[in-house]
Write a protein that binds this ligand. Structure first.
Ligand SMILES: [Ca+2]
Length: 239
């Protein structure tokens, strides 16, 4: 091979190498399609499977592929905390595709769809079903400056598939349910904790008042400047 030819090949190889990583850049964060096998759901990243525990776990048809159904309390899924899961002051989004059985019409009920952190932790992001507004979703965001509940106006208490995304984006926090946005201009400060991610309930010892009775077809948790748009698109298409 001539020196010129070898140089051309080397340049072509270098260009190809520089292009490949961008073309195969992974979506930030992690997601779960909820196809249950032996009590475990695999994650898109391959590092954070969700293990389901409890007496009320079932594998059922989803909107896309399989879904996990919760029929008794306490039943939940747990993904081990990873170092990528804590937003701090970064933007984030938590999304889920779900159905609910009739939502108990009591003010003490808040069915935990998905969360990172518990109420008393220094930081928390939690999507839950709430009854006072006749079956909507709210998101609790807690950080170093305090905590807020953002409550959607969309009724999800009809047994059909719905989507919910809790997010922090551009100086606001919000919840997007079936594409309808409810938001609040507020800075939560840093949002972090050492908890695992959970689906369906908050802990293995929690009761029916915190149980999501219904199906989860898809879930996602992203920490990224584009997290909100990424997860809003995921739940709209990935169900
Ligand atoms: Ca699915």
């Amino acid at each position: 091979m001539s020196k010129a030819r070898a140089t051309a090949v080397a340049i072509a190889a270098a260009v190809a190498l520089s292009v490949v990583p961008a073309a195969f850049a992974a979506t930030p964060g992690n997601s779960w399609s909820m196809d249950l096998s032996n009590g475990v759901v695999r994650d898109a990243d391959g590092t954070q499977p969700v293990t389901f525990t409890g007496q009320g776990i079932g594998s059922v048809p989803g909107k896309v592929g399989g879904a996990v159904e919760f029929t008794r309390a306490p039943s939940l899924g747990t993904a081990a905390n990873s170092r990528y899961d804590n937003p701090g002051t970064q933007d984030f989004a938590m999304g889920i595709v779900f159905t609910s059985q009739p939502i108990p019409n009591t003010s003490s009920y808040s069915g935990n769809l998905m969360q990172k952190g518990l109420f008393g932790d220094p930081g928390q992001v939690k999507l839950q079903l709430v009854s006072p507004a006749q079956g909507t979703v709210d998101c609790r965001v807690k950080g170093t400056t305090g905590a807020r509940l953002i409550t959607s106006t969309v009724n999800v208490d009809d047994g059909a598939w719905h989507t919910a995304v809790c997010w922090r984006d551009d100086g606001a926090v919000g919840v997007t349910v079936d594409g309808v946005v409810t938001s609040l201009v507020w800075n939560p400060g840093a949002v972090s904790n050492s908890r695992n991610l959970t689906l369906g309930n908050k802990t293995a010892g929690a009761g029916a008042s915190d149980q999501h009775f219904g199906r989860t077809d898809f879930a996602s948790w992203v920490v990224d400047p584009d997290a909100r748009s990424i997860v809003e698109q995921q739940v709209a298409s990935s169900g």
